[in-house]
Design a protein around this ligand. Structure first.
Ligand code: SF4
Ligand code: SF4
Ligand code: SF4
Length: 349
């Protein structure tokens, strides 16, 4: 699909590589009626601005935001009401603990309870291998009111945590913060308040002030924020995901330096994972990511995920076993807690 290899992405003249990459993403996004790039309307034509993520969309009357959630006309006509702290586009379900959550390898979640898996629609990236592409099917029918959802989750005493994922939660951060606060406030009023953890799994591209608020909630509730560090080289992120990873790396560093280890209990406040895309995310890329994490704190848990073809990269094979082993060995040189996820794809138990 990408029709360009890792070496060329990283080393060839960017003036030649960049237009090719932009064109691939443009074609892929056209298939689902999403704009090729974040809209940047001229100042005099701006009708709606959003700064929830790195894309910082500035929309004129007819523009659609990069994530697909914001459009002046459709928002005003009620066809696609604008998400807010009170209304969100979300699909939730109960996941028994221990869950298939990417953090299950170290999470101290309470067995025989449930995680509320909160799948948020919309995304700030455009990964060609997206394994949750249904987040692009944004529809009014998935709009949920925050108060009623908070009541539903709170009233089920078997739910001991909430995991925000998607898509990526960044495109609806105020809603996720509000929902978490409402649930936690209700729990605080109980005679014997129960433990309720709040976790986010995201691509890390969010607004710094908002991600800081999320981190405080996760840290205080005993939860975790997991960053999907898709690559270290910005060019590679642009090629695979359509958007720069500069905000992701900045946010990871800022939050880890300020919060990791602050709670002093076993469940780590943050973690990271990387999908081993064959031919693109190899041991050299993993080495750069692992070194970056270790320079902040070598105790941050890091999970490498075996890839299987999906969305527009179905032509790629499963990560070869040799690549997975080499990446694992490389990451372990830098970090103390490294895991291989999706290993059933390689025939491991
Ligand atoms: S507490 Fe967080 S990491 Fe653990 S199962 Fe729940 S959502 Fe996943
Ligand atoms: S960040 Fe995740 S949900 Fe968003 S496009 Fe990439 S893989 Fe898909
Ligand atoms: S969340 Fe990001 S992509 Fe969506 S409208 Fe806001 S700035 Fe644009």
């Amino acid at each position: 699909m990408l029709n360009i290899c890792r070496e060329c992405i990283l080393k060839r003249d960017w003036e030649i590589v960049k237009p090719h990459i932009l064109n691939v993403h443009k074609q892929v996004r056209a298939l689902v009626d999403l704009p090729p790039e974040p809209p940047k309307a001229e100042k005099k034509n701006i009708k709606l601005k959003c700064n929830f993520c790195i894309n910082e969309c500035a929309l004129s009357e007819n523009d659609l935001s990069y994530c697909g959630l914001r459009n002046v006309e459709r928002n005003q006509s009620g066809e696609l009401p604008i998400p807010s702290k009170r209304k969100g586009y979300i699909h939730g379900y109960l996941d028994p603990i221990p869950t298939n959550c990417c953090n299950a390898w170290f999470c101290g979640g309470a067995n025989n309870t449930y995680s509320y898996a909160a799948f948020l629609y919309g995304c700030s990236f455009n990964c060609l291998f997206c394994q949750n592409a249904s987040h692009k099917q944004i529809s009014k029918k998935y709009m949920v009111d925050v108060e009623s959802l908070a009541d539903r989750i709170y009233n089920n005493k078997k739910v001991s945590c909430i995991c925000y994922f998607g898509g990526t939660p960044e495109v609806q951060l105020p809603f996720t913060i509000n929902l978490a606060n409402l649930i936690l406030e209700k729990i605080k009023e109980e005679e014997h308040p129960r433990k309720f953890r709040v976790c986010w799994e995201w691509n890390g591209s969010g607004n710094k002030t908002l991600v800081d608020k999320c981190m405080q909630i996760a840290a205080n509730s005993g939860g975790n924020i997991k960053f999907d560090l898709k690559s270290f080289n910005e060019r590679l992120n642009l090629a695979l995901c359509g958007v720069s990873n500069s905000r992701t790396l900045e946010n990871f560093k800022y939050l880890a330096e300020n919060y990791f280890g602050s709670r002093g209990e076993y469940m780590p406040e943050m973690s990271a994972c990387t999908l081993l895309v064959p031919g693109y995310v190899n041991y050299e890329e993993v080495e750069l990511i692992a070194r970056f994490i270790s320079e902040i704190n070598p105790e941050i848990p890091y999970s490498l995920l075996v890839f299987h073809g999906d969305y527009q990269m179905r032509d790629l094979p499963i990560t070869p076993r040799k690549q997975a082993e080499k990446c694992l060995e490389t990451a372990k040189k830098y970090l103390m807690h490294v895991n291989l996820g999706n290993k059933f794809l390689l025939g491991f138990p």
